[in-house]
Design a protein around this ligand. Structure first.
Ligand code: SF4
Length: 327
């Protein structure tokens, strides 16, 4: 059986509320509150959920931009320790494409310098070798190598995102966290960037954690999809199964908002209220305050993520009972 490339085990990230002398240091924003997730070689796992559900924080912990409060992250079976030496070595394999191609590229650096920088930081290659690699990558992402001497602010959003992708690829990573990589781009070029990411994955055998709140992009990109709600995974399943047979009431509501002409028309499920505060998530099932089929016990019992099909897991008491009954 194939071993996971990356594994998250009960990973949590709590941020202190406020800061400084008058910050509420005893109150915490529970951005990620106990996530287990495996990503296998060559696969794309989509991570979807409303703004504030913690999905970007998961990505930032994987690439070492945030340190988990609790839990462990393993890369090829080796524990990622979030101190510089360990993360610098293993971190070469874990790169990120950021949401905003306008703010993520230094406007005072040339395109070549931006893409080459990780090689210099890791002391890889001679200047000639590095430049050759940068030129090849510029061509690979659909830009001319003649663009290397220009500055990032001379390019459109789509071109900047291509530069960001080239930078993420320069260290030959095994996994890239794509954090909402198309949400800041014009609709007309979003598909081009998604297709470029797919082509590169096919050529290089990369794995992606693809983070988005747009359901269609998630469906287009992912082999499996994890649906996040308030810092936890509500459902994790193979993509077609999740879209054709969603089980968790939150997944059903998310999918019901997407018009799909070929699919039998699902009734739109409107959720009550806003996402509750992650400082003080609801007791029991954290979705119970908005769930259209909540039961009395949902206010008290916290559902576990249980197996609901060959490849699917769901955290809902409706299925936990059925799973227990079948054992
Ligand atoms: Fe809804 Fe209860 Fe299932 Fe939570 S456990 S999703 S409240 S039915």
């Amino acid at each position: 059986m194939q071993k996971p490339l990356l594994s998250l085990s009960n990973v949590k990230k709590y941020f202190p509320m406020g800061s400084g002398l008058f910050g509420k240091r005893n109150q915490w924003v529970k951005a990620v509150d106990g996530i287990d997730l495996d990503i296998y070689p060559g696969e794309t796992v989509g991570l979807v959920g409303e703004s504030g559900c913690g999905k970007s924080t998961v990505g930032r912990m994987i690439v070492g931009l945030e340190k988990p409060t609790e839990g462990e992250i393993f890369f090829q079976g080796e524990k990622l320790i979030h101190h510089r030496k360990n993360h610098k070595e293993l971190g070469k394999n874990l790169q990120m494409v950021f949401q905003d191609p306008y703010s993520s590229l230094n406007p005072r650096m040339t395109v070549t310098d931006i893409i080459e920088e990780p090689l210099i930081l890791h002391r890889i290659g001679t200047k000639k070798e590095r430049r050759k690699k940068v030129d090849a990558l510029l061509e690979r992402v659909g830009l001319s190598s003649d663009y290397g001497n220009r500055y990032a602010n001379q390019f459109s959003g789509g071109q900047r995102q291509r530069i960001g992708i080239a930078r993420a690829l320069i260290l030959d990573p095994k996994l890239i966290v794509c954090d909402e990589p198309i949400s800041a781009l014009d609709v007309s070029i979003q598909a081009q960037i998604l297709n470029l990411l797919k082509e590169i994955q096919k050529d290089m055998g990369l794995s992606y954690l693809f983070i988005a709140h747009g359901i269609q992009a998630i469906k287009h990109m992912s082999d499996r999809v994890a649906v996040m709600y308030l810092g936890r995974i509500a459902e994790l399943s193979e993509t077609n199964e999740l879209f054709n047979r969603p089980l968790h009431p939150y997944t059903k509501a998310l999918l019901s908002a997407v018009p799909e002409p070929k699919r039998r028309e699902r009734e739109r499920i409107l959720l009550k209220g806003d996402l509750p505060s992650s400082t003080n998530p609801p007791k029991g099932c954290r979705f119970h305050t908005r769930c259209p089929v909540a039961m009395e016990k949902c206010k008290e019992i916290e559902p576990r993520l249980v197996s609901t099909s060959e490849q699917g897991l769901t955290a809902c008491l409706l299925y936990e009972d059925k799973t227990a009954a079948n054992l």
